[in-house]
Design a protein around this ligand. Structure first.
Ligand SMILES: *Cc1c(COP(=O)(O)O)cnc(C)c1O
Length: 225
């Protein structure tokens, strides 16, 4: 099956309101162009340098999502063009994104990343930390960012019950923030959860955006993970 056939197959199997981000990290431009020629426009990358290179080389109507951990000193490279930053987990990073967005005369959409997995190594906030950020005076001054929702990664495990529990937790974090912190926002609506191995469970538990790499583009080489 070709790359665009695999994208079509996923799109046909998911509800219309769920957005598919094709995660093209480590994959060559020709793979992205194959998806592009099939009509696909939303791609996810997790390394600033790789993203900038692909942005430079590829058609300008691609919507690039940054899905990885972003260091503050790298924000400036992607700020001119990135369409959504998925994994924001500090006020320091938000302030830098705001500063660079302002320099580029634009507003950048961001998702707050939550730590929902049992694994220690994954980044992300607790609900309390997120509320502290969005209630802070610093946050209220940020005019060039827009928080459009939440993002999280479940534990890498075959235990579907556990994965479902973690996604359900993210869904309730989203509902709580929406009710208490973004009651009037029409933009706060995305729940980015679900990858190749768990997107079906994620959709069952309320995902609005799935990030799928290997099911579309094939396995990545491990050393480039
Ligand atoms: C790599 C990656 C994905 C895609 O993973 P697959 O298992 O290949 O679908 C999704 N989200 C994030 C944050 C990633 O780093």
């Amino acid at each position: 099956m070709s790359i665009s056939q695999r994208i079509n197959e996923i799109q046909e199997s998911i509800p219309q309101h769920v957005k598919l981000v094709a995660v093209s990290k480590t994959k060559p431009n020709k793979d992205i162009m194959e998806a592009y020629e099939g009509g696909y426009r939303i791609f996810g990358e997790n390394k600033p340098q790789e993203l900038v290179q692909k942005y430079t080389d590829l058609p300008k109507d691609i919507q690039w999502h940054f899905i990885g951990h972003l260091q503050t000193n790298k924000v400036k490279y992607i700020a001119p063009f990135v369409s959504l930053i998925h994994a924001v987990d500090s006020i320091k990073l938000l302030k830098e994104i705001n500063k660079q967005a302002k320099k580029n005369n634009r507003t950048i959409d961001c998702l707050l990343q939550f730590h929902i997995a049992a694994e220690q190594t994954k980044f992300g906030l607790t609900l309390e930390e997120a509320q502290e950020i969005v209630n802070s005076d610093d946050f209220k001054l940020l005019e060039n960012i827009q928080i459009t929702g939440v993002m999280g990664m479940a534990t890498f495990t075959p235990d579907k019950t556990q994965v479902k529990k973690e996604f359900t937790n993210l869904k309730s974090i989203f509902e709580e923030l929406k009710l208490k912190n973004f009651p009037l926002s029409t933009c706060f609506k995305e729940i980015s959860m679900g990858m190749s191995g768990d997107y079906k469970i994620a959709i069952e538990t309320g995902s609005t955006m799935i990030r799928v790499g290997s099911t579309i583009f094939g396995a990545r080489e491990l050393f480039k993970k």
